[in-house]
Every structure is written in C-alpha cells, then in structure tokens.
Design a protein around this ligand. Sequence first.
Ligand code: ZN
Length: 719
Amino acid sequence: MSGASMKVRATRNGVILCALFLGVGGVVLSVVWRDGSPPVLRAYPRATQVCDRYGAPLRIILGETGMDCRPVALEQCSPWLAKALIAAEDKRFYRHRGIDLFAILRAVLLNSWHGRITSGASTITTQVVKMNQPASRTWRTKLREARAACQLETRMDKPAIIERYLNHVSLGGVRVGVESAALYYFGKHASDLSLAEAAALMGLPQAPSRLRPDRHIQRTHTRRHYVLGQMLKCGMITEALYTRTVSAPVEIFPRREVFDAPHFCDYILQQEPGADMVRSTLDRNIQRTIEEVLSVYHARLARQGIHGAAIVVIEVESGAVRAMVGSPDFFDAAHDGQYNCAVAPRSPGSALKPFVYAMAFDQAICMPGSMIRDEAMAYRQFVPENYDQTFSGQRTVREALVQSLNIPAVKVLERVGVWPFLQRLKSLGITTLTRGADHYGVGLALGGCEVTLLALCNAYACLARLGEYAPVRFCEEETPVVGARMFSKDAAYMMADILKDSARWGGIDTSSCHAPLPLIALKTGTSSGLRDAWSVAYNPEYVVGVWLGNPDGAPSEHLVGAQAAAPVARDIFRHLYPAGDSPWYARPASVVQQSRCTKTGRLAGRACETTYEDIGCTGGQVCMDCAAGRGRHEKIQIVSPAPGAQFRKVQGLPGVTQDVLLKARAPGSREVYWFINDIFYCVARADEAVYWPLEKGAWRITCSTDSGDAIVEVTVEDG
Ligand SMILES: [Zn+2]
C-alpha cells in the first residue's frame, strides 16, 4: 500500500470520526448553549453627521475609537450587499442556526490535510459576535463565540443578523459598515450600490487594510472576481451578468473629508448633543454664496482693520437658518477665526429702530408720513445726537427712518415706552436683553444694548413675515411653528415700504457686484465708538443679516453700517435673485395712499395749500390749522403799523396823545412781546391792541413770540 493511499484511508476514517463527533456533539452543544444569557450587543461606533437640508454631509464627527460608522436599516442597503456577503462568507447562512457544522467539519479536514489553517468555518453570526467583542484567537474564545452565535440566533432573525453585520463590519481605515464605506469609496449611499460595487465591498472583510480599494485597486479587483464567482456558483447571478460585471474595472470615487459651514455645524452640535444624524436646515448653495461674497470683501475689510464678519440667512416662511458664517476664515487663529460672531452679543446701533416705529404705527402714534421734529433735546443723562451731528428740523417719519435720525427715534420710543419696547424685543427672541427698562432707558432705540446677529435676523424675519413671529429653526425635520402676531400686517407692510427706500439710500454703492439690485428692505446700524457695522435686509422670502467688526471689539473708522455692511447684504440678495426679480408684498387694503399738509404733516384738509403723499392706515387727524387760517407754522406778522409807514406828529394839540396801533397776527402764540428799537416795550395777549405814542425819529418795531419775530420800520416827523 502506498503512502498516498494510506493517507486517503486515514482521511476517510477521520471524516467518519469527525462527522460522528461533530454531528452528535454539535447538536448537543447547540441545544445546551442556547440557554443562558445571550451576548449584549454593543452600540455601533456611530459617527455624528451633520447634513444640509438636502442630506449632503457638512461635517462628520468620528464615533467611539475614532470610527466612522453610519448605521442604516437593511432596507437601505442595496440587495446585492446581502447576496455578496452570503456568497463570500457563509453560503449556508439561511440553513444553519449560528454555527455551520458542515463548514467546521470541512475546515477540520482541510486543515489537517494541509497541515495548516487554510479554511475558516466562521459564520456571519459568529463574525457578528466577534465584531461585538473582539478577542484573541484561541480555542477557548472560539468556543465561547460559537455559543454566543447560537444564542444570538434565538434572539435575532436572519435579516437582523445581516443588518448587524453590514453595519458593523470593518471596511478599511476608519470605515465601519457599508454606508460609511459606500460613501467613502464610491461617493454614494449603500442603497445605490451596483452589483460590482457591492461585490467589491463584500470582498473587503477578509483583509480590510490589504484590500482597500483606494490604495490597492488591483487586489480589490482580484478579490471582487472571487466574490462574483461565488455568487455565480450560488445561482445569485446569471452567467451573462457575471461575465459583464467581472470584466469591468473597479471604479472608485473617494470622497473628500467634508468640513463645510464650520461655525454652523459647531453651533448645531452644541444645540443637539448626542444626535448621530442631524438633518440641518442649512442650504449648501446659499452657504456657498455667502462664503463667496464674503471672500470678495475680506481683503478690503482686512486692509481697513476689520477682521471679523458674520452673515446669517433665514428663510422667512419657515424660520429656517439657510446659511451662517461666523468669521471670514475659520482657520485664521490670529483673528479668532473659530469664534462664531453670528451668535456673539454686540451693540446693534440703529438696527432696532424699525421695531420702535412699527410699534408706534400699531399704536397710531405716527404714520410713515407724519412729521416729527429733529431737534436737540436732553433726557436726563443722555443727549442723543444724530450720526452726522447735525439736526435737520422737520422731517417725516419715513425720512427720519431712511436717514436713520436718532432724535426722532428717541422721541417715538418715549411715546411707545421703554418697558413695552423691551418686552417686545424679548418676545421677538432677543434673549440677550437681561437688564431692566431703567438700565437701558430711551437709548434702547439707538442700540444701547447687546444682541446677536442671529437673534436680530430672526426678529427681522417677523417683520418680513408681516408681523408673525416664528422661532428660528436649525433642524429640517422639525415642523415650523408660527407663533404670536407681534405687529399688525399694516404696520409691518408700512415698515417694509419705508425700508425699501432705505435699501437704496446712503450714497455711493460700493458693492463689488453690478447686477441689478432686487427689491429689498434694508436697515443698517453702527454702534457707538465705531465697533460694529450692521446691515439687515429682507424680502418676503429671505432675511440676510451682516455684521462686521473685530472679535476683540477693536474699532475702525470704516465700521459704518451703511458703507461697510450694506453692500455685502445687497450683494447677497443680488446672488439670490440673479435676474433682479425679487417678490414683494401686496399692500393690505387698510393701508392707503394719503395726502398730507406740508405745514403740519397731518392729513390734508381742503384749506391746505401744499401737500405730499405717503401711505398710512385709514383715519387720523386732519389738518385744521390751514382751515382756521392760522397755520401753526405760519410766520408771525405785524398787521399794524404797515412796514415803512411815515407818521407826522401834529404839534400844538395839548391833552391829546397821538398813538400808533400795534397789532400782530401770531398764530399759535398766546403772548407777544413788543420791542421799540430793540428796547422792551410791553407784553400783550396775541390779539390785544397796544398803543405806542408817536415820537420823532426812525423806529424799528419788533413783535416777538416763541416761534419767531416780525419787524417793521417806521418814521415819525414833526408836522
Ligand atoms: Zn394744513
């Protein structure tokens, strides 16, 4: 008998022995081992993922032990994955109960034949156990794993085990699970993998590092060939499909590591700790737009000593934050690039004025066409000054707001009340106003407080929504909540109408973009000390807020809202509406075009000579002054004596005083003061007749009231 035939016989005996041993032992073990506590499945090393509104990843934060695992349901995996897995790793998966006795037997035989380990007998289930609790490869651990696999099968059905495997298998580098690997190697979701891609991925578990497609494409190809062959053998694919697939090259599209919208992602991760997948409201296209616009301005701003910038875009209808930038360069450590200025409290300057006026419209304190005097005044410790330090006299509310005059805003806030205004700002979501009304005083109208750009933009979103407040949203899946009405539709409409004038006001537009400017409402703000420049612009669809300054609060003479920040906001709107066709508001029926008296600013009566037009709510005070012939702003006039009158004092009339009647028309004045050659003569009621005795000479007769003087000159001769 030859040695070879002896070996064959020995092997045959071995087969019988092993079969008996394993058959009996295995059945006994698999029954006994099912009892006892099943293995506790550990959580996946889930990566946290922040996506934009369309699901495009913005940021991946690696999970436990630095792994990138994105668990998905089996239904979200291409059906080829499970097939390729079963063909490559465990053909009798649906027939065994955790351990594959036939495979073990075959492995024992093959290994003893070759004298070394060439074939494993581990099932998908035992591999799931191994992934769950990696342990050294000893016979003891192998037995323990086999026992755990049997227990697992009693608790989980086959598809659940496949799902667990597909999500937990190591697929090269930090990639754990098919979703993460599919995204990384093929730039697509696991659900979209083709047969070729699924076969390539399911070839990897054998040696994930050695077979990585992004490093060793030839090895991946060879291994895929094997997996496809196994699938063909199992009847999972046809000969034709096999031939077609096996000859195609392995095509990989490695995805770059994403790190988009860093300030936004940081902020959202703070708001949603522990979430593994955040479908955010961010719109990557709008985000890219604001980043591009800011980059155009960045160099110029830096030359002007402005190193910080923040931009927020909110969608009006939903309150969703569609874009956010917190600094010009996240990686600029010298200027606190990682600090998010969009959520930093800063002084808003004039940016709060529209809210003062909108409240005043609702209380019928004034309308856009009302007149308001811009004059010096002092409030206790506080002397408001207009930005250009001049006082401009009689202005309409529209002009006062468009030119951002300070004194009218303070006067209107006085009427509205500081406390109600403060409460309103808080209701609009401005949470940084933590002090009492006394602390802020009327200076609140001029931004003597701190707000964040984000909160300010959301307050403007309320105006843009024509008065309805909605909390700001960061998660796309959250249902938008429309909250309380803060302003009437009329007041909000009138505000938008004024601020659309403001959008085009402010001299030279230093924008870098020359596309047509769509119709927008815009308000600027400049903090005292030139530390912050603001601009918030809106239309019925978007609110765009821009803040410029330095994170450390350093001032710059260029930090003026209208000059520095407004062009940035305008440019963003130009990019949002490249054709220049932005939607606008329909005028509510209760807001009408009104004719007002130029003298009083009240609704024009029949007697008012000159008038101007502006919008306002129906009703309001009609000018009575013109009708009464005593326009309040008419000049004082001396009725008697007539200017240039010549009098003759007749001599030789003893006992008779020769007097001249002094009479003035002084509308709106109760008392008048008479002066003769600048020397006080008397005070009289406005309608009182006063007499002055004739005296030879040339005389200047002055009648003086609070609102002005009138002078006539007369001569008296002896006759
Ligand atoms: Zn009038």
